[in-house]
Write a protein of this length. Structure first.
Length: 102
């Protein structure tokens, strides 16, 4: 009986040490990057680089078009005004609505 208990314990002991090793380590850099992506961007003050970085589906060309529209309008009063930007559709707006502030 003692032999079976010792054998069982010797088989379980390595398992206790391998489970944490198999778990994915927490990466603070990844967490910071996700937090930065979730941060809101003020479309009345953001630069083209900030817009392109913060908004999914918006590159530098479209970000520059947003700034040009902002200057033409004298600032945005509604988020839906972004639909006036050529190539920025309702789906892009819906995907980014929670990241945009006025």
């Amino acid at each position: 009986m003692l032999y079976k208990t010792l054998m069982f314990a010797s088989l379980l002991t390595p398992m206790a040490f391998t489970a944490p090793a198999l778990a994915e380590p927490w990466q603070p850099a990844q967490a910071q990057a996700e937090a930065a992506q979730q941060a809101k961007v003020n479309i009345n003050h953001a630069s083209a680089e900030q817009l392109a970085h913060a908004l999914r589906g918006v590159g530098m060309a479209r970000a520059q078009a947003i700034i040009e529209l902002r200057e033409r309008l004298g600032g945005f009063t509604e988020i839906e005004q972004l639909l006036q930007v050529k190539g920025l559709g309702i789906r892009t707006l819906e995907n980014n609505k929670d990241k945009i502030e006025l």
